[in-house]
Design a protein around this ligand. Structure first.
Ligand code: MF3
Ligand code: CO
Ligand code: CO
Length: 271
């Protein structure tokens, strides 16, 4: 197998899928509040997808060795790195939550994005972690252009993260996406410049760094088969965009009106 190159029609379809994923995150942003549970967030997401006419890619999703994922989206709170399963525990002031949404359009295309949500006033450390992880994702995105290598993306993220005393989770990575949820390539969030696959126009993949405030090691939370936590219980954050390689640079497909403001070093969402 190799990396698929999307044609004009595929790119147009991916623009739609990705915008819809972003709009689910906007809808959640407009409703999320203290006291709500992550199951409430799941219901908001499911309701929004139903109105869009999309379906969740995560519900029933079952890679080899995993149980079927039971919810419409992932909610990863505080020291949960990723794949948190929505539950009935109320969110409290100071919590940070990653909500990760993947939709499938009627035409069968996948759009994948995640954001951090801060519940009420959060600690300076939590705000810093979320902001730095957002910047790290965008530094990775800014590496994207034909002729650049996947290793350039990982290197930019790792250098920035570690330079700020954060660690990069190694076990999960970004991925190609299209008519398949997870396809080639793997997009590592660490690495060396000039290594790995060379980027070509028409490639579409996610960049979704998970950065920990403490050590990079992770472990399974328990026996649900999905939830991943930091081994040292330190706080962790993640952001995710789906990105197209254009003839001259990148185009971030998972943007919407409610997307958070860009870091000040980013001057264009498409180049
Ligand atoms: N959306 C996640 C990703 O970014 C995958 C979630 S799989 C699930 O690749 F089953 F946990 F939902
Ligand atoms: Co995702
Ligand atoms: Co993804």
């Amino acid at each position: 197998m190799s990396i698929t190159i999307k044609d004009a029609e595929g790119i147009a379809q991916m623009r739609v899928a990705c915008r819809l994923a972003a709009e689910v995150l906007d809808y959640i942003a407009s409703h999320i509040q203290t006291g709500m549970t992550t199951l409430d967030i799941d219901r908001l997401g499911a309701e929004c997808m139903a109105r869009q006419g999309t379906v969740s890619a995560t519900i029933g999703y079952q890679p080899p060795g995993y149980p079927p994922y039971p919810a419409s989206l992932c909610t990863s709170v505080n020291h949960v790195v990723c794949h948190g399963i929505p539950n009935d525990k109320p969110l409290k002031k100071g919590d940070i939550v990653n909500v990760d949404v993947t939709v499938i359009t009627k035409e069968g295309w996948f759009g994948d994005s995640s954001r951090m949500y801060l519940i009420g006033e959060c600690s300076i450390a939590a705000k810093r972690l979320c902001a730095l992880t957002y910047e790290a994702m965008w530094l990775g995105i800014q590496q994207v252009k034909p002729g650049a290598h996947l290793g350039d993306i990982g290197h930019a993220i790792q250098k920035f993260a570690e330079g700020h005393g954060l660690s990069v989770v190694r076990e999960f990575c970004g991925h190609g996406i299209g008519k398949v949820f997870h396809e080639e390539p793997q997009v590592l969030h660490y690495g060396r410049p000039g290594t790995l696959e060379k980027l070509l126009p028409g490639m579409i993949f996610t960049i979704e760094p998970m950065l920990n405030a403490g050590r990079r090691e992770i472990k399974d939370f328990g026996n649900d088969g999905w939830t991943i936590v930091t081994k040292d219980h330190s706080l962790t954050a993640q952001w995710e965009h789906t990105v197209l390689v254009t003839p001259t640079g990148y185009d971030v497909l998972t943007l919407s009106d409610g997307s958070p403001a860009l870091p000040d070093f980013v001057h264009a969402t498409a180049t």
